[in-house]
Design a protein around this ligand. Structure first.
Ligand code: NAD
Ligand code: TYD
Length: 355
């Protein structure tokens, strides 16, 4: 069956993996990557698919209700996979308004555009899907007591980022409960892998180790995150988009909890080894710095519902995934240099006019 799907945020980290998977796996689909190309959006993440006939890029802000509605009508869109967001907690602490605008108002604009377009069709919501990608951070923080976030855990966001994502999740569910829109929400744990913007822990530290720059560990490095390889998340999104039940929530995670300081040591050992340096030699780069404001202690996801109901499982062990990831960043220094220098942004200013 042919489908016309908008993937928002497809030029970002996770979105680019989802676009690549869908374009390659479903040649009969038309995949429209709708992205504003903020600092976090980079079309170089998709250079291997941009020439494919079933792929189209549109530079657009998700807050542009009229633009999104027009695009949906023009392309007869029957599915939306929504990843576009401001995604970095530290930035949200400095600039919460941008997070409310994109994550809350942008999601609302998308929902309303989808509703308006689908309401105008004779078959209405039949065969349609609005799939919203969210985060485990909406559930707040866990203690070091072995408990896990389930789909029923109460929302208790602490950062402006997670508060904005929580709000967008509520709007998505409200569109199902009020209008009958066929929505799905998933909440995933921390992702890692190729093409992640080097402001997040793993790519930032790999790049710093390579250049022998300090590794700024917040607080005492005791915070725990639950890590999932990004391609495993993309596979989960594929499974849930096609086989998930409307109005359901699915948690996505790999039962893979790590203290930050242990990850940092693993990154140092792996990067040193792959660069031919004595393993662990760069541990003296570790620098403990002032803790992040409101730093959530621990995240950990119970993803048994997804495994039980849809048969999805993570494919990679963490050490294997980290090795692949470090190797990728070391082999793609040009990508990193381009991103850290901001060169790619100037290029897009000339290529695409902003809406
Ligand atoms: P990212 O910051 O790497 O990419 C975000 C993308 O959205 C960029 O391409 C950016 O240009 C685009 N974008 C931002 N504002 C936009 C706007 N107003 N209009 C159109 N496009 C816009 O983010 P990511 O890490 O790939 O995360 C993608 C999604 O997954 C987010 O919704 C995030 O909350 C969620 N998520 C991320 C993680 C993680 O560990 N990275 C974990 C769970 C859930
Ligand atoms: P990050 O990659 O920003 O993801 P999130 O905040 O969404 O979990 O951070 C992962 C963990 O690493 C988090 O506990 C904060 C910590 N961290 C540092 O200690 N130093 C850093 O420079 C960064 C970016 C993060």
């Amino acid at each position: 069956m042919s489908r016309n799907i908008i993937i928002t945020g497809g030029a970002g980290f996770i979105g680019s993996h989802v676009v690549r998977l869908f374009v390659n796996k479903y040649p009969e689909y038309k995949i429209i990557n709708l992205d504003k190309l903020t600092y976090a959006g980079n079309l170089a993440n998709l250079c291997d698919v941009e020439q494919k006939p079933n792929y189209k890029f549109v530079r657009m802000d998700i807050c542009d209700y009229e633009g999104v509605l027009h695009l949906m009508q023009e392309e007869q869109v029957d599915g939306i996979i929504h990843l576009a967001a401001e995604s970095h907690v530290d930035r949200s602490i400095k600039d919460p308004f941008t997070f409310a605008r994109t994550n809350v108002m942008g999601t609302l604009a998308l929902l309303q555009a989808a509703k308006t377009y689908w309401d105008s069709l004779p078959e209405k919501y039949e065969g349609k899907r609005f799939y919203h990608i969210s985060t485990d951070e909406v559930y707040g923080a866990l203690q070091m007591d072995g408990t896990l976030f389930t789909e029923d855990t109460k929302y208790q966001p602490h950062s402006p980022y997670s508060a904005a994502k929580a709000s967008s999740d509520h709007f998505v569910r409200a569109y199902h409960d009020t209008y009958g829109m066929p929505t799905i929400v998933t909440n995933c744990s921390n992702n890692y892998g190729p093409y992640q913007f080097p402001e997040k822990l793993i790519p930032l530290f790999i790049n710093n180790i390579r250049h022998r720059r300090p590794l700024p560990v917040y607080g005492k490095g005791q915070n725990v995150r639950d890590w999932l390889y990004v391609e495993d998340h993309a596979r989960a999104i594929d499974t849930i988009f096609h086989r998930g039940n409307v109005a359901e929530t699915y948690n996505i995670g790999g039962f893979n909890e790590w203290k930050n300081i242990d990850i940092v040591r693993l990154l140092v050992a792996t990067t040193d080894r792959l660069l031919g340096r004595p393993e662990g030699a760069d541990e003296d780069l570790i620098t403990y710095v002032t803790d992040r404001a409101g730093h959530d202690l621990r995240y950990a996801i119970d993803s048994r519902k997804l495994q039980r109901e849809l048969g999805w499982e993570p494919s990679l062990q963490f050490e294997e995934g980290i090795e692949k990831t470090v190797r990728w960043y070391l082999d793609n220094q040009e990508w990193l240099d381009n991103v850290t220098s901001g060169e790619y942004e100037k290029y897009y200013e000339n290529m695409y006019s902003k809406r």
